[in-house]
Write a protein that binds this ligand. Structure first.
Ligand code: AHM
Ligand code: MG
Length: 333
């Protein structure tokens, strides 16, 4: 097998489609390098003394794990000096992180969830890094939070790394979706999953059913119909999968199809869901759409939502197109 590295893929993409200018390529390579470092730290586990709580809380009031904090620092440090960014923002930081004055600045904005699926860190279940790239608005002198508040459709790149039995980086720059497996001995990302595609139909769904009593009627109806199986209105049996790491659930869906749901519910009616729009739902929606799937908040396409704040939450239904359209249809009836 001829091995194509991430760098070769990015250079050739630029040659063919003019879609990855040198600065964006540098950005993607630097993020990918940071993911390698995170993968290494994750794989050390207790030996690296990285498990457990950091003894702090993030802006969302969630307890930070040591690896949440470490991964955040690794991404910040890796991306500060390259000259390709104007600012960064992260799930683990309340406000945006402008590039320090000692470094040159570039035209891109980078958002990330440094380590998604925090509840799975200590129990050795797959976790991941999610990232989203936007362009800074023209003529912006000092980056502000405002500059980041662009709908997901404006993303120029998005990706995630999943730290599982294999470490895999999945990437889109708006021209399909490709996956790269980390070759640990060589230290390089090798193209292993070309043009990933999500089948339109599926028999697998992912939702945290412990919240069922709080679900709104459209979600309850949809899941009840799945549960009714062969003898119900859908006429076939469905299977449940819930990893509690969005990255791992989405990676399964990109590999063999499925629908992932984290709906808004009646527990805290003022909260439109659990997941964050800008660095979880948007990048995943971009990837899923680029792989032929769909992503909505139950009512509208996630990528069309105009964000109002950096840490805004959103309901998420994404994956196999026909299922996402069905549950979205139930909301709009
Ligand atoms: P995190 O960013 O704090 O790790 O939270 C996001 C995670 C998702 O990866 C996952 O889909 C969801 O939270 C799981 O939530 P729950 O614990 O309610 O099942
Ligand atoms: Mg997260």
């Amino acid at each position: 097998m001829k091995r194509i590295s991430l760098t070769q893929y990015l250079v050739e993409e630029q040659r063919l489609h003019n879609s990855i200018p040198a600065e964006l390529r540098l950005l993607i390579e630097v993020v990918a390098r940071a993911c390698k470092t995170i993968s290494h730290a994750v794989s050390k586990g207790a030996l690296g003394e990285v498990l457990g709580s950091a003894g702090s809380e993030n802006v969302q009031g969630e307890v930070q794990k040591k690896l949440d904090v470490l991964s955040n620092e690794m991404l910040l440090e890796a991306n500060e000096w390259g000259g390709h960014l104007a600012a960064m923002a992260s799930e683990e930081m309340e406000t945006i992180h402008p590039i320090p004055n000692r470094y040159p600045k570039g035209e891109y904005l980078l958002l990330f969830d440094p380590l998604d699926g925090s509840s799975n860190i200590d129990v050795n279940v797959s976790i991941g890094t999610i990232f989203s790239v936007l362009k800074a608005p023209e003529g912006m002198s000092e980056p502000t939070e405002e500059a980041f508040l662009q709908p997901g459709a404006k993303q120029v790149a998005a990706g995630y790394a999943v730290y599982g039995p294999q470490t895999v980086l999945v990437l889109t720059t708006g021209d399909g979706v490709n996956g790269f497996t980390l070759d640990r001995e060589m230290g390089s990302w090798v193209l292993t999953h070309r043009d990933m595609e999500i089948p339109a139909d599926t028999k697998e769904y992912a939702i945290n059913a412990s919240n069922a009593r709080h679900w709104y009627p459209p979600v309850k109806r949809y899941v009840d119909e799945l549960l009714a199986g062969k003898t119900g209105p859908r006429g076939k049996d469905f299977n449940t999968r819930w990893i509690a790491s969005m990255v791992a659930d989405v990676h399964r869906i990109l590999t063999r199809g499925g629908i992932f749901m984290y709906p808004a519910d009646a527990r805290e009616p003022e909260k439109p869901g659990k997941l964050r729009l800008m660095y979880e739902a948007n990048p995943m929606s971009f990837i899923v759409e680029q792989a032929g799937g769909a992503a909505t908040n139950g009512k509208q396409r996630i990528l069309d939502i105009q964000p109002k704040k950096l840490h805004e939450r959103v309901a998420v239904f994404l994956g196999s197109k026909n299922e996402v359209e069905r549950v979205t249809g139930y909301h709009n009836e």
